[in-house]
Design a protein. Sequence first.
Length: 305
Amino acid sequence: MAETDWIAVDWGSSQLRAWAMGADGSVLQWVSAERGMLTLAPDQFEPALLELIERWLPAAGVVTVIACGMVGARQGWREAPYCQVPCAPLSARQFVMIPSHSEQLKVYLLPGLSQELPADVMRGEETQIAGVLERQPEFNGIVCLPGTHCKWVRVNQGKVTGFQTFMTGELFALLAEHSVLKHGMNDPQADTLSSSLPEFLSAMRSAFEQPGQLSAALFSLRAQGLLQGMTADEARARLSGLLIGAELAASQMFRADEPVIIVGDSGVAELYAEALQSLGITPQRLNADAVTLAGLKAARSLLGI
């Protein structure tokens, strides 16, 4: 393997991912582990990282590590204070260089973004937004980042001007696994994208048009299972549809006349794409890993190394 020039790291709540990068920007190797922020005390971050990347380090010299995500949270390795919007997604002046016990590492943590009104924060997504702009520098519009906490981000002239976070993914998990609805959707093989897509779109449209009826519509899922034999596939599809439809109705971030980019290629990202298309909006899809890595490369360029 060619010598590692620097190391890119995406360190979330549950997972640590790292890429050994060549001087030409190529990925030499990559690795992941379930060593997320929630599993580590502050003094365990450096040993966890070294365990994963030690074989990439040269016999002599210092390697720069650039890390984004929850590693920079208050409960992480070291807090990287938020940058307040409106601002560029990344600013080298706000990067936090942290002391390392290893003489082979120089570690930088990337800060998240914050918003005063309405109060909101993000960590990790700012790097993906930077990656979007690295690939499409002239993009002005909305970036949608689906996940446990879906974020809708307005980008204008290279800056993040505002964003909204929705706990849609977390609500889905709570309702599907810990509410009365679990009795009708406890099939782990349930697939919300194939034969159940019409159910998803029907529920999404219903919640989008009448978001105030969401609570009643949720209980109706249980009743339909008892009285009409709704399958687990259909129930999970309709639950996704109701929650995403209510989210779209509440979001103040997007308009039908402006471009939308969805970052993600998972089933959840596909659901958001299908929902938007049914509302007359054709979003562009970008691979999440690709834009994360593009954002980390942009951070390295800002450091001038």
